[in-house]
Design a binder for this molecule. Structure first.
Ligand code: FAD
Length: 471
């Protein structure tokens, strides 16, 4: 049991705000975009800087309290919000300093992609991050970070030069190529298992306007469009990043879209995109020149907060004609118009020229990442949407690899973690034993330490009789 005075002392030691149930701001602070997640932390500590983070880690250790860490809150599995424990909320830590000469940015862990891009684009610079601007940089980067620049510059984590991290013993360490090198290796891909990252230093690149958009096809044409997508993907240059999927457009209904972003010489981009833009009977060509910041927020309207989300994702062995036939048979038949079912990302270029064990993120093959990203409104519709997603998934199973990208999966458990960390799993267990032997950082696709029995921090903070009703 944690005494009331210990809790009060802890809260008053913080420079940032903190919230408990019933207090103003508590419900907003525990709410994340995926409305499937409705958990009630006992305390939410909105840290103002690394000193607050250190206090949180020490408090949690001392009182053996369940911890979750919130960067941008976009984990579809809801890993940033715990039930009854201490939620360490980094969303107020938004400092960033761009060095346009060295082409680097030191960014605090609470920044969103949109905030980061705005600051770096003031200097005509950018680095690979994701494709929806409200996503947090830290969860995305620690898990990998696939985005519009990955073909040319690698994944987000490939661009991380250095990280400041508070480890489970409450120390703040710097990890980079010459300091704590093994930790540096492991932080890039292990999704928050090894410590709480307070800031990241990124390598930046010159990025100007981009040529991008989508070509839309009617659903009955999806088979042909998918075969084109597969064959064309084998030929495209690093400057072009493509994905495709079935979605519902507000004015066009259910469509199959092939989306592409070219950054580099725009006249060259026109040539590179020509095969796509002249393929098949389209119902819309939405390509144009956009600023990088515009491009990075173009998908935002498809992901309003408050919808319920359940995602399945694995890499595919190959987009065979049979796989295409199976997926096309499900398109446009889901119970919700808000789903991307499927969404298929093409991973290529610089991101796939990194060795499997050069960072902790192992999925470096030239590949298609297959997702069923189900979104719907109303909790009453959850059962049918989840069931439909699982049925579709079962049908696709024969065509999928065991490898999955942890940042995209809703499901939990050791098998999921093993798939996500692949060939690097055992090396990560060694690091977990060293840096987090009692599994303080367990709300992630968890790598369990094996040296000491892991503490079971599933109990809420016991606040005594006066607050018992809250839990
Ligand atoms: C709408 C949407 C679009 C997306 N688009 C893309 C995309 O284009 N490309 C892509 O690669 N991914 C994408 N993702 C997946 C995204 O990368 C993950 O959801 C990622 O976990 C989000 O990071 P976050 O900080 O917002 O999440 P959070 O939920 O805050 O955190 C996710 C996990 O990381 C841990 N964590 C967060 N910050 C830290 C930290 N500073 N130190 C230690 N651990 C930390 C958390 O504890 C949690 O386990 C998308 C997700 C959504 C919902």
């Amino acid at each position: 049991m944690v005494s009331e005075s210990a809790i009060q002392n802890f809260r008053s030691s913080l420079r940032g705000q903190s919230f408990r149930s019933g207090e103003q701001g508590y419900d907003a602070a525990r709410t994340v975009p995926n409305a499937m997640i409705d958990r009630r932390p006992a305390i939410i500590a909105r840290c103002a800087g690394p000193a607050d983070v250190i206090s949180c880690v020490r408090f949690a250790r001392e009182h053996d309290v369940l911890v979750s860490v919130r960067g941008g809150g976009h984990s579809v599995a809801g890993k940033s919000v715990c039930e009854g424990g201490l939620m360490i909320d980094l969303s107020a830590m938004k400092g960033i300093r761009v060095d346009p000469v060295r082409r680097t940015a030191r960014a605090e862990a609470g920044l969103t992609l949109g905030e980061f891009d705005r600051e770096t684009q003031a200097f005509g610079l950018a680095t690979t991050l994701g494709t929806v601007s409200k996503t947090g940089i830290s969860g995305l980067t620690l898990g990998a970070g696939w985005g519009h620049l990955h073909g040319k510059y690698g994944l987000a984590l490939d661009n991380v030069i250095s990280l400041d991290v508070v480890t489970a013993d409450g120390r703040l360490l710097t990890a980079n190529a010459s300091e704590n090198e093994e930790l540096y290796w492991g932080l890039r891909g292990s999704g928050g298992n090894l410590g709480l990252v307070t800031s990241l230093e990124y390598r930046l690149h010159k990025v100007g306007p981009v040529l991008g958009g989508a070509v839309l096809y009617p659903i009955p044409f999806a088979r042909e469009a998918l075969r084109f997508f597969r064959d064309w993907a084998a030929q495209i240059p690093d400057e072009l990043v493509i994905q495709c999927g079935s979605l519902t457009m507000p004015d066009a209904g259910a469509v199959f879209a092939i989306v592409g972003w070219y950054h580099g010489d725009l006249a060259e981009g026109e040539k590179v995109l020509k095969p796509l833009r002249s393929f098949g009977k389209t119902i819309g060509d939405m390509f144009g020149v956009l600023s990088y910041v515009q491009m990075q927020s173009l998908f935002d309207p498809f992901f309003p907060p408050g919808r319920l989300t359940y995602v399945k994702s694995n890499f595919v062995q190959s987009l065979s004609d049979e796989a295409i036939e199976t997926t096309a048979a499900h398109m446009g038949k889901g119970p919700s118009p808000y789903s991307f079912a499927p969404g298929i990302e093409h991973w290529h270029g610089a991101a796939t020229r990194v060795g499997v064990s050069d960072t902790a993120f192992p999925h470096r093959q030239n590949a298609f990442n297959f997702m069923i990203w189900s979104n719907w409104e109303g909790a009453d519709n959850s059962a049918k949407n989840i069931q439909w997603t699982r049925d579709y998934w079962s049908a696709m199973k024969p065509f999928l690899k065991t490898g999955s990208y942890g940042n995209y999966v809703s499901d939990e458990g050791e098998a999921v973690a093993r798939e996500a960390y692949g060939a690097n799993f055992d090396r990560l267990v060694t690091l977990k034993n060293k840096y987090d032997p009692t599994n303080l950082f367990c709300m992630n696709h968890n790598i369990k330490p094996t040296l000491k029995p892991a503490a079971s921090r599933t109990k809420p903070i016991d606040l005594g009789a006066s607050n018992a009703a809250v839990f």
